[in-house]
Design a protein around this ligand. Structure first.
Ligand SMILES: [Zn+2]
Length: 303
């Protein structure tokens, strides 16, 4: 089974782990894009990390991971839903010249203003409930380090990540030290487990993350440990764009802007930046959209 996420728990210690390996999903994300290799790698690592973090969420909804840059790479964004469907895209600055050897800091954090934002957006929000959002400055030299810092600062969770991506596969391993609550210490007799687990994980090479089946990787690392395994979950690409959402986005441009575009071209064409689906709006469609705005149609927050 390809494109799966495996979860495991140390039997005698508050340590949990996950391994994810995405091929079809990752290839589908890149289908309509030709990212430079260093951008592709950063986005792939974020895709793997998003699945790993999303799989631990307790609510039905989406995890949206964004890295905002102030250099040639302006935005990396991954959306992962509770059912582990994902979409992702990267946005380069207009006329950006990319150094193929540029690392994460040079690509995203040129002036030190890069930041990492994670939004948790429950599907069924209570009236007035806002999505939860955490923002931290972009630190470290890798996506893994940036997210470890995020988890420490924003969630107070000791998290370690090992991520890898090439053109064909995006993969990752996550270890997390669970908070010990009063009374549970007795059941967690294995106090060295966290150190042991992370030391063993340090021996993982990127090519092992990319090529070893997740179950084999977990066995290769932790065959001497007593683990509890959850059933593997499958992951796949899915874009949630729709004509309605694109229409809502167009509405935010306002009447003047829309009429100005239509004076120069017959219709407004929008391609979804995630899946490249094409949406056309001619003068009649636009007039309809603007009438709905005048009638007070609810505005959409997320396209
Ligand atoms: Zn789409």
């Amino acid at each position: 089974m390809s494109d799966t996420l495996h979860k495991f728990l140390f039997a005698n210690a508050p340590v949990r782990g996950e391994v994810v390996q995405l091929s079809k999903t990752w290839q589908r994300i890149q289908q309509h894009h030709d990212y430079p290799p260093n951008v592709m790698q950063l986005l792939g690592e974020m895709v793997a990390a998003s699945a790993l973090l999303c799989a631990n969420l307790k609510f039905n909804g989406a995890l949206i991971m964004q890295i905002h840059g102030d250099g040639p790479l302006q935005l990396l964004v991954v959306e992962c839903n509770s059912d582990l469907t994902l979409r992702a895209t990267a946005k380069l600055a207009a006329n950006a010249t990319l150094d193929p050897a540029a690392d994460m800091q040079a690509l995203i954090n040129t002036h030190g203003k890069g930041r990492c934002v994670i939004t948790l957006d429950p599907k069924d929000k209570l009236p007035g409930q806002q999505p939860y959002q955490g923002i931290v400055p972009l630190t470290g030299t890798s996506i893994a380090q940036a997210l470890e810092h995020y988890m420490e600062a924003s969630e107070q969770l000791h998290t370690r990540l090992w991520l890898a991506a090439d053109k064909d596969t995006a993969a990752g391993l996550l270890l997390q030290q669970l908070p010990t609550e009063g009374g549970s210490a007795a059941t967690h007799s294995d106090h060295d487990a966290w150190d042991r687990a992370t030391q063993l994980a340090h021996t993982v090479k990127p090519e092992e993350l990319l090529t070893l089946p997740p179950a084999a990787l977990i066995h290769r690392l932790y065959w001497q440990e007593t683990l509890q395994h959850s059933e593997a979950r499958s992951c796949e690409f899915k874009c949630c764009c729709s004509r309605e959402r694109v229409g809502n986005m167009l509405r935010t441009l306002g009447q003047e802007e829309i009429e100005s575009i239509l004076s120069e071209q017959e219709q407004i064409t929008v391609h979804c930046e995630y899946c490249n689906q094409r949406y056309d709006f001619d003068a009649v469609d636009c007039a309809q959209l603007l009438r709905e705005t005048a009638a007070g149609a609810p505005s959409q927050t997320r396209h």
